[in-house]
Design a protein around this ligand. Structure first.
Ligand code: AMP
Length: 411
């Protein structure tokens, strides 16, 4: 069975077509600049056919999906003969609210519930809905499944998800911590439990999904009991361009300094803050580490390299905040079996893993500096000799989780 996985953003649409008999990717790609000038990059993975990488007109998501189907089935770039070889479509949906604690088959009622969650995720759910509607139009009569970023965190206890604000906002408006990156936290924690032989017993894990967006989760016996992102993905640790948790008064203070609206302040916190805000030149950790005088391959200082003090500070703030939440989650879990790093930075930055773990030495958690400097393309155990908890690198694969959930529901 083939499953098409769709991750629709407001002006982009990422896709991967999986053959779920062997979980191999047949093709993947990205429609970019939808509603603007339009660009499609399509990469066949299965048969050595060439990559398509061209500007094309993509006025809406519907044209994007039809361009994807055209490429998937074309003689020159295709990996399947016809549309009938797509057996199901899985969609990433960012916010599932209180209603969804697992993935679901999409029907009118589910679409209405995703629409109802737009008030909680105005930047993300409308784009996800555009992807769903475009597939309903272009790939009719094929079952579609919604996989929610929030679902895994639905197991959080009330004391973890309740904000200390007037309770009516929860009762009347569903305002609470939801958390995101749930498919990633679920996937990497599952692999870690399996590899450590902890699947059936009691277990305490902390997963650090450190990418452009970053969040941590405390996972007890396979269930999320707390996570750093909140009602939106702005809360928690500092990120590429997002501030993470700050004094909420800053929204008002920034507006008065700039003489602008509260909405403009939110833009500053979402798009101009985080490590970009401190460093000022880039939100990409490779640039920041290089500017801070680090060798990005080993995570060690490059002898004689100049050090940009703001780059160094941005990295210090990031590592400190990640470590601080790890400490908090060890309290939440009452101990720790394993600390897991994943996503772009967690998987690829020996420097960040080392900087975070330096803060944890006082509580007996450390990594092996030499193993940590090895480039991991797969599961890597970087635990230090005397560490009380395992420290692991586990590459994430959110698309595969979506494809697996889709197959399970469709079957
Ligand atoms: P993601 O959002 O998971 O794709 O992660 C993107 C982030 O991973 C960006 O900040 C990249 O700079 C970072 N990243 C990717 N490769 C490396 C690397 N070798 N060293 C440091 N950061 C990296």
């Amino acid at each position: 069975m083939n499953v098409l996985v769709i991750n629709a953003g407001s002006s982009s649409l990422k896709y991967q077509l999986f053959n779920m008999d062997n979980e191999k990717i047949l093709a993947k790609g990205l429609c970019d600049r939808i509603g603007l000038d339009g660009h499609l990059k399509h990469k066949p993975e299965a048969n050595g056919k060439p990559v398509y990488d061209e500007d094309i007109s993509l006025p809406t998501h519907a044209e994007a999906i039809s361009a994807v189907i055209e490429k998937l089935t074309s003689d020159e770039y295709g990996v399947i003969e016809s549309l009938s070889e797509i057996n199901a479509v899985g969609h990433r949906v960012v916010q599932g609210g209180r209603k969804f604690s697992s993935s679901v088959l999409i029907n009118d009622e589910v679409v209405a519930a995703i629409e109802d969650c737009v008030r909680l995720a105005p930047l993300h759910n409308p784009a996800n809905l555009m992807g769903i509607r475009a597939c309903q139009k272009n790939i009719p009569n094929v079952p579609q499944v919604a996989v929610f970023d929030t679902a895994f965190h639905n197991s959080m206890p009330q004391h973890a998800y309740t904000y200390p604000i007037p309770y009516k906002y929860f009762e009347e408006n569903d305002i609470r911590r939801y958390g995101f990156h749930g498919t990633s936290h679920r996937y990497v924690s599952d692999i870690a439990l399996d590899r450590l032989g902890l699947k059936s017993g009691s277990s305490k894990l902390i997963t650090c999904h450190l990418g452009n967006g970053a969040s941590l989760a405390a996972i007890c016996d396979g269930k999320s009991i707390d996570t750093t992102m909140g009602v939106t993905p702005l809360e928690g640790v500092p990120m590429g361009t997002r501030s993470g948790s700050i004094d909420p008064s800053l929204v008002d203070i920034i507006a008065s300094i700039e003489g602008t609206s509260l909405k403009d302040s939110m833009d500053v916190l979402n798009k101009k803050s985080g490590v970009l805000g401190i460093f000022g030149k880039s939100s990409d950790f490779r640039d920041i580490e290089t500017a801070a005088g680090m060798d990005i391959n080993t995570g060690f200082e490059k002898e004689g390299a100049p050090v940009d003090e703001k780059a160094k500070l941005a990295l210090d703030v990031f590592a400190y905040q990640v470590a601080k939440f790890i400490g908090a989650y060890i309290v939440a879990l009452g101990g720790l079996d394993a600390l897991i790093f994943t996503a772009g930075i967690g998987e690829n930055s020996p420097y960040v893993r080392r900087a975070v773990c330096k803060h944890l030495e006082g509580i007996g958690i450390c990594l092996d500096e030499n193993v940590n400097a090895v480039r991991a393309s797969d599961y890597l155990d970087v635990t230090g000799k005397d560490s009380k908890s395992k420290v692991l690198v586990v590459p994430t694969n959110e698309e595969l989780v979506i494809a697996r959930d889709t197959i399970e529901i469709v079957k």
